[in-house]
Ligand binder design. Structure first.
Ligand code: CP3
Length: 367
């Protein structure tokens, strides 16, 4: 299942397997029955059923409990009718599993007990042993069985974004320490990102081999870099993560925030789909990325806090501008904000489907 399944049905139209779903097809630039939609951070605090289930369990403990992972991942699929599930996990989990002391503080984010500040700190980082990922394989296998034709997206944090947490010791705005380390210790920087790329690839391979139908690499904070620095000091390591998937036949999504100037480069790293935040209209993003790649995005998550007329107008605009892309996966430009009314998310998924279901599209093979 998953990685090795055929991509197109005999009829050349979407069929009832995840490898032939609208998500996978849009990611590859193939015709779809309607524009697929899912939401980054769809599993999480906007859902009361999530808050109930998570009560009393720390975030990173929940991520390692196959029962909780399965149930939390399924919640938004049941509720919103989205076209994909995304594994409930976190970008810092591979580091935690390898033995790095990290905690996710509620309302703050990942906090690292001993930040990486020297060449010796880089060399002391423990590698991720694939044998430690049995809990993840169990959760993914269960999910794939439960999800049936709905694809599961596996994910990992990109080397740069993970490096910002390790070096800053927690969330930061300017990422000044990270950049200072990048400039002052280019060799150790390269080694650090090499190691993070290897661990991200191990983490993604485990998910794909257990049945995930697509992967997303989150380089959330790459937008703080100039194109020149990104190209020289970061992109080769993100490319190494995708290369680490070898010939596993699943679409690759590559996402970052504030990446307007980096979009052509982000595409070059080996993705089938480039994620776009809300700052750039999708037709302009399509021009920058080119016709070889699909786009994912890009409704401003804050719009979901506005009135219904505004939500509808903005959804229509994103759908229209998305038609300029080779393929379009509807999403937000960044994660769901915790205050979002889940009813609005359900409405957006329905509206995207309604706006893009074309009865004129052939549903049977041409004679
Ligand atoms: O999208 C999904 O629904 C799947 C789950 C998912 C989580 N984290 C769960 C989570 C995904 C894809 C992530 C990725 C992630 N984690 C990123 C990249 C995406 C992005 O938003 O840019 C980053 C930067 C992190 C690091 C991280 N983990 C942050 C910044 C936070 C938020 C801290 C806070 O409390 O505001 C977390 C915690 C986290 N990860 C939560 C969830 C559901 C909230 C913790 C909780 O519910 O207690």
């Amino acid at each position: 299942m998953g990685g090795s399944a055929v991509v197109t049905s005999a009829a050349g139209t979407p069929g009832p397997s995840p490898a032939d779903s609208d998500l996978v097809r849009a990611a590859r630039g193939l015709p779809v029955s309607r524009t697929p939609v899912w939401f980054m951070r769809q599993a999480g605090r906007s859902l009361p059923e999530y808050r109930a289930l998570r009560a009393g369990t720390a975030m990173l403990a929940a991520c390692q409990d196959p029962d909780l992972v399965t149930e939390i991942t399924l919640q938004p699929v049941r509720r919103h009718g989205v076209d994909a599930a995304i594994l409930f996990s976190d970008i810092v989990l591979p580091l935690v599993v390898a033995g790095v002391d990290i905690e996710i503080k509620p309302g703050v984010g990942p906090v690292v007990a001993e930040p990486v500040r020297s060449v010796a700190d880089v060399d002391a980082l423990p590698p991720l042993e694939p044998e430690r990922l049995a809990f993840l394989e169990t959760a993914v296998r269960r999910l794939v069985a439960e999800l049936g034709p709905t694809p599961l997206i596996g994910f990992a944090g990109a080397p740069f974004t993970l490096a910002t947490y390790l070096i800053e010791g927690g969330p930061s705005k300017e990422h000044a320490r990270t950049k200072a380390f990048m400039y002052a210790e280019p060799e150790a920087w390269g080694r650090l990102l090499d190691r993070l790329a290897i661990s991200a690839a191990v983490f993604l391979r485990a998910q794909v081999d257990a049945g995930a139908s697509a992967v997303q690499l989150f380089d959330s904070w790459a937008g703080v870099l100039s194109a020149a620095d990104y190209a020289e000091r970061v992109l080769p390591h993100s490319r190494a993560v995708f290369d680490g998937l070898g010939d596993r036949n699943v679409p690759r999504i590559h996402f970052g925030v504030g990446t307007g100037e980096l979009l052509p480069l982000i595409g070059d790293a080996g993705a089938d789909v480039v994620g776009v935040d809300w700052r750039l209209p999708l037709d302009e993003a399509a021009r920058r990325v080119g016709p070889q790649r699909s786009l994912q995005g890009n409704l401003d998550p804050a719009v979901l806090l506005a009135d219904r007329a505004t939500v509808d107008r903005e959804v229509r605009r994103v759908v229209e501008q998305g038609r300029a892309a080779r393929g379009h996966v509807f999403n937000l430009g960044h994660g769901v904000l915790p205050d979002t009314d889940p009813g609005v998310l359900t409405h957006v998924a329905e509206l995207v489907h309604e706006l893009t279901t074309s009865p004129a599209r052939p549903t049977a093979p041409m004679p």
